[in-house]
Design a protein around this ligand. Structure first.
Ligand code: PGA
Length: 252
């Protein structure tokens, strides 16, 4: 049985003060929800405050990126040891917005992934096609390319610690969710790929989230799919009632 995992990706939103308010509101609503792993991913500047707010709650803290070196002359970067020291336990890697706006490639995703694992952080690795790629029937090619490139060289032991997120770019922030069938089809494809790249145990045990306009209204039908193990939530994670409803709707 794969335990459902819901992560809120706050993106470039919330000052530290606003983040404390949201984290406290969320805490009240979801602290007692059992059977679902819950991760909040505020911006770097709010990690310390949200970590304080979440102390002893069982709600995990995630970062939205990580640099591949631990320390050195890399102005503006944030490293694994820095995140770990703040109490971060997950890190989103290779989000489509980073691929699209910040030149992220499979190669840099792979370097960040290795840095996360080396520092004991659980990576949430994102893969997904854009609209043009879907419309030209390249979805599976892109998923294969992102998965093989991003996960290249990982051992099975390392892969066990990874969470994957299937995020069709055309569904992110657009209000256009993939249908449960469309998402399930890709999740099955990813599991088959993991079976070939690693082994059957990995294919069956790695958790795969869906992301892209997840709301309280569609989470239950998405989670009803056999191979969807959770959600990576953007917009709906910025309000406590909607994120709490998604967390509650995610119980299998
Ligand atoms: P969205 O974002 O829920 O606002 O579509 C999802 C994501 O980018 O992870």
């Amino acid at each position: 049985m794969r335990k459902p995992i819901i992560a809120g990706n706050w993106k470039l939103n919330k000052t530290p003060h606003e983040a404390i308010v949201l984290a406290n509101d969320l805490k009240r609503e979801i602290v007692d929800v059992a059977g679902v792993d819950i991760v909040l991913c505020p911006p770097f500047t709010a990690l310390a405050d949200v970590a304080d707010t979440l102390t002893d709650t069982g709600i995990a803290l995630g970062a939205q990126n990580i640099f591949w070196e631990d320390a050195g002359a890399f102005t503006g970067e944030i490293s694994g040891p820095m995140l770990k020291d703040l109490g971060v336990s997950y890190v989103i890697i290779g989000h489509s917005e980073r691929r699209q706006f910040f030149n992220e490639t499979n190669e840099t995703v792979n370097k960040r992934l290795r840095a996360a694992l080396k520092n004991g952080l659980a990576p949430i690795v994102c893969v997904g096609e854009n609209l043009a790629q879907r419309e030209s029937n390249k979805t599976f090619d892109i998923i294969k390319d992102h998965s093989e490139g991003s996960l290249s060289g990982l051992s099975s032991e390392e892969m066990k610690k990874v969470v994957l997120a299937y995020e069709p770019v055309w569904a992110i922030g657009t209000g256009k969710t993939a249908t449960p069938d469309q998402a399930q089809e890709v999740h099955v494809f990813i599991r088959q790929l993991l079976g070939k790249m690693f082994n059957t145990e990995i294919a069956n045990s790695v958790r795969i989230q869906y992301g892209g306009s997840v709301t309280p209204d569609n989470v239950v039908s998405l989670m009803a799919q056999a191979d969807i193990d959770g959600a990576l939530v953007g917009g709906a994670s910025l309000k406590a009632p909607s994120f709490a409803a998604i967390v509650k709707g995610a119980k299998k």
